[in-house]
Design a protein. Structure first.
Length: 184
């Protein structure tokens, strides 16, 4: 009999022992923190495509540890920081995670290992991990490769220059005080 695995409550150890594989195509709207980050730019046809594969690997001694290999692809709507127009940013995540018995072990071993360590859980939420990884993959400064409209790259405008011309130079006033003192 084949065991069915659910991404919301995934028994990682059993999933790895079974050499499990899960893949889904889901609406980006299913991920609430991502939806919030989109600042109203989300539309219902944006998708997250993900695939998770698990295996048991030797830990170098006599035991084996569960590993999860995750691949995620999505397109995320953002605001271009150059032209301020909407830009769809492609996101790609490919990561492997080794599971250890608990949080304390993960924290203690974190500095010694290159791979990402997570605490083993019988009801691991794979969707939360996918959402975390996508949030970390978001660019800090999203922008088009080439903006659809030309961008005015000026540091000031005519109004700014006119306002500056009308203001008296404060150093000119100081200079007049100094000139008056030198005559005394």
């Amino acid at each position: 009999m084949t065991k069915t695995f659910h991404p919301e409550k995934l028994d990682i150890k059993a999933f790895a022992q079974a050499g499990g594989h899960l893949a889904q195509h889901e609406a980006l709207l299913k991920y609430p923190r991502l939806a919030e980050e989109a600042h109203g730019l989300l539309h219902p046809d944006l998708r997250v495509d993900w695939q998770a594969d698990a295996e048991m690997r030797s830990d170098g001694g006599n035991g084996h540890q569960p590993w999860l290999h995750l691949r995620v692809e999505a397109t995320f709507p953002m605001q271009c920081q150059r032209c301020l127009g909407p830009v769809d940013m492609p996101l790609w995540v490919e990561r492997s995670f080794r599971f250890v018995p608990d949080e304390a072990t993960a924290e203690a071993l974190d500095e010694d290992f290159e791979e990402d360590l997570l605490a083993l859980s019988p009801d691991f939420d794979l969707h939360t991990l996918i959402e975390d990884e996508l949030l970390m993959a978001l660019p800090v400064v999203p922008r088009h490769d080439e903006c659809p409209e030309s961008v005015t790259l000026a540091s000031s405008s005519e109004d700014f220059e006119a306002a500056n011309a009308e203001k008296p130079n404060p150093f000119a006033a100081l200079a007049s005080l100094r000139v008056g003192k030198s005559k005394d």
